[in-house]
Every structure is written in C-alpha cells, then in structure tokens.
Write a protein that binds this ligand. Structure first.
Ligand SMILES: *Cc1c(COP(=O)(O)O)cnc(C)c1O
Length: 444
C-alpha cells in the first residue's frame, strides 16, 4: 500500500505489482484478454513525470487522456481532497446537497456563457453526453413534438463508449460494424474540413442540405467544437462551428457541444466555443474538470431548455446516478478550476502550441507521415499506416516518454505545466519512432 508520510513524499510500495495477475484477469481500455499487449507498471507520478516501478521516469505526453492539465501530485489538489475527506467522502444527491457541489455549479455557471445556467453532474463523460441527449429529447417532448428523436452529427466524431453515445461514432470506422443493430440511427454530415485549408463557405452545403431535408425529425446537432478527439484528432475552423450555430437557429434545433476533451483551456481558450463567438444550448464537460484526479462530468444548459423540459408533465429530468455530484470529486474540481484560473494557462498553452509547431514540422518530411496538425496544447502526427503497438509502445518508453498512439495517429496533449525541455523530449521521440518505423518498413 502507498502511504502519505505527511511531507508529500510517497514511500515506495512494499510489494511489486503482480503483472501476471493483471495479464490474466484485468481488461485495460480497448484491450484483448488473450493478447493484451505490453503493460508498464507505474509506481508514482509527479509534475509531468510518470515513475515506473523499475525507477525509469517518463515524460507524460497524454495528461492521462486530456485530464491531468496541472500534472500529477499537485499540492493544491491533494490539499482539497485532504480537506474534504473528513467532512464527507460521499452522500447521495437525491434530497440532499452540499457545499462542494453548489460551489462547483456556481463556478461553471460563471465561467461559461451567461445563457448556460443549469447544471447536471454525472460521474463520467459518456454519461454527461447521455444526459445532454435526454435533455434535448425531453425538451421536444415538452414542446409537444416527441417524434424528434434523431440527432445530426459529423463523421469522425467521438462522444463516448455507452450505447447512446457510440451511435455517434463514425459509421465507417467506429462501432457500427460491431453493434450496428443496437445503435440508434442518426444523421451524419461529412467531416468538417481541416483547419489548414482556406475557409470555403461551401463547406457548409452538405450539412445544410441534410438539415433542409430532415430537420423535422431532428432534436438537435451534437459535435465536438474545433477539435475532433478520439475519432481522428482533427482540428477544424471556427467558421464551421459558427455555421453550425446558424443552421441550428434557422431550424430551431438545439446545439449540443461536447467539450469533454477541449474544455478548460486545451485549445487556447477556456472553452473552444469561445473562438467561434457562439453559445451552445447544451454543453458537456468532463476529463480536465477535476484536473485528472477523480471521475466527474457536468452537463450545462439554458433556461429555455429547462423550461422546455418542465413543459412535459411534471418536468422531471429522467436521470440520477448513484455518485451524482460526489463531494470529493466536486472539491477537487473546485481546486482545479481555481488553480487553472490563477495560473498563466493562456501563455503556457500558447508556448506549447508554438513549440509543437516548430518541432513537429520536421516530421512532415518523413516517409510515413501523412499530416502534422497542431492546435493549442495538442500535437498530432498522422501516419500513412497504422502503428504496430507491440513495437512502438516499448520503443517510446525506451525513449523516456509516455505517448500512446492509436491507429495511424501519434499525438500528444501534455499537462500545461510541462517544461520546454520535457516537451522537446516528446517531440524528439515522435520524430525518432516515425523515422524508425520507415526504416523498419523498408526492412533495414
Ligand atoms: C473522453 C470523451 C468522452 C467520454 O468520456 P468518458 O469519461 O470516457 O466517458 C466523450 N466525449 C469526448 C469528446 C471525449 O473526449
């Protein structure tokens, strides 16, 4: 067991992690029980460094999937949890409330656009999206239009792993092949054009046509603003997002923005929608909400949507998870937001963006590289072929970095507190592995 010794330092674990048991009994994300792939035991994490059990230190390029924006073992966040723990670790939210939840809801209402003023807390991002969908469906029920049960989205998106959210994964490359019959049948517009191509208003035409033909059966549009994450790490232009808002307004549809990955500064603004100067009707937050400490998500909406939901019978919003608004998670989220706002996060994200631009550009000339993309504190090298995980993952660890590619994508979204030297290690390792991949595919 790991024991805090009071000074913030951590004693090493007495017994080493039983990798054999893990291998035989535990599923990891998107893994096979029969061929699970290499696995690296982490003993501790501090700042932008993960320390493996064997003592090797890796520079973290993933921020634990967008979440650990302040890095690890953050004194302010530890303290918030230590303060909250003896007060109350958890209490049901039905019929009860508590200070951490009310404080957090106030902060979220203040930080987002003024029209977003109602908050629903959930325990994961996928569930926050499910709640957003329920809000939209119940809104239309309240308007006497219960037939509006479909949503429009764009291809290459990602909104979660639950059944309702998997239905928005790309119909060609996503989950539809495996679970097709069980997934709702929504409408898909082409992917938004990438940010680097000059803006052409004609890019809105396919989606405008889909809406003109189908708007009567739609409840709303759902998409990730400016950066499509797990569906392809694709950045697109604010003009496109603005165009979507205008189309929603034309047909009275609700706009659901999933900022679970982009929220809390990642793209250079606190929320990505700010760069388009638009307001969503429903907003999903998660991942970095607690600075990567605990699982918590939130769905925010407007007075109009709340009133619409209330127009349906007694207006009960049909959701209520066991761990709704968990006090520990809310307390650490409050500390994380305070820490973020007190930090020079804009200049940190800007510095990361500049450095990623400068250092990843060199990858473009490598044989297997299809594209290099940077936006805020996100850097992507898209390859022409899928990486071989059993080779590339240990190789990246050998190079002293924690980067977890998927498919044809090698990408980083480091903690904002990463140093320039640490970031250079990440980009150098990316260049190195892609170069070695090319040599390997030539049989050298
Ligand atoms: C990660 C993610 C989700 C799902 O969040 P979980 O907490 O993993 O359920 C949903 N939408 C986007 C955009 C995400 O990046």
């Amino acid at each position: 067991m790991t024991v805090f010794n009071g000074s913030g330092a951590i004693e090493p674990p007495a017994v080493s992690i039983d990798l054999g048991f893990d291998h035989d009994h535990i599923w990891h994300p998107y893994s096979s029980m029969n061929a699970p792939g290499p696995l690296f035991p982490v003993a501790s994490a501090e700042g932008a460094l993960l320390t493996l059990e064997d003592g090797r230190q890796l520079v973290d390029g993933m921020a634990s999937w967008w979440a650990a924006i302040h890095g690890y073992n953050v004194p302010e966040l530890n303290q918030a949890l230590q303060h909250q723990l003896p007060q109350m670790a958890h209490v049901m939210f039905g019929g009860l409330t508590h200070q951490p939840a009310v404080t957090l809801a106030k902060k979220l209402v203040e930080l987002t656009v003024p029209s977003l003023e109602k908050v629903f807390f959930t325990d994961s991002g996928s569930v926050a999206v499910e709640v957003a969908l329920k809000m939209a469906l119940q809104y239309w029920q309240g308007q006497g239009e219960p037939g509006r049960q479909k949503f429009l989205t764009v291809k290459s998106g990602y909104h979660g792993d639950t059944f309702a959210t998997m239905a928005f994964a790309d119909p060609a490359t996503g989950m539809h092949g495996r679970f097709g019959g069980l997934l709702a049948d929504h409408l898909f517009a082409p992917m938004p054009p990438l940010q680097d191509s000059p803006w052409e208003p004609a890019a809105m035409e396919p989606i405008a046509q889909l809406l003109a033909d189908n708007h009567q059966q739609l409840a709303g549009i759902i998409l990730e603003p400016l950066v499509q994450g797990a569906g392809g790490m694709r950045m697109y232009r604010a003009e496109y997002l603005d165009g979507i808002r205008q189309l929603c307004d034309r047909y009275g549809l609700l706009l659901i923005l999933d900022e679970i990955a982009t929220g809390f500064g990642r793209t250079g603004s606190l929320f990505a929608y700010e760069q388009a100067g638009i307001e969503p009707d429903i907003l999903c937050l998660g991942k970095a909400l607690t600075g990567g400490y605990l699982t918590l998500a939130a769905t925010l909406t407007t007075q109009r949507v709340a009133d619409g939901i209330a127009g349906d019978g007694d207006g009960t919003l049909m959701h209520g998870p066991t761990f709704m608004a968990n006090p520990l998670a809310c307390a650490v989220a409050n500390a994380s937001i305070d820490l973020l706002l007190a930090s020079p996060w804009q200049s940190r994200v800007q510095a990361i963006e500049n450095q990623l631009h400068q250092q990843l550009e060199a990858c473009r000339s490598l044989p297997l590289v299809a594209d290099v993309r940077v936006k805020g504190a996100i850097g992507v090298v898209e390859l022409t072929e899928a990486v071989e995980m059993n080779w590339i993952q240990p190789r990246l660890v050998d190079l002293g970095v924690w980067i977890r590619p998927f498919g044809k994508l090698l990408y980083v979204m480091p903690p904002y507190i990463i140093s320039a030297e640490q970031l250079t290690l990440l980009t150098a390792a990316m260049y190195q592995v892609v170069d070695e991949m090319a040599q390997r595919s030539r049989g050298e």
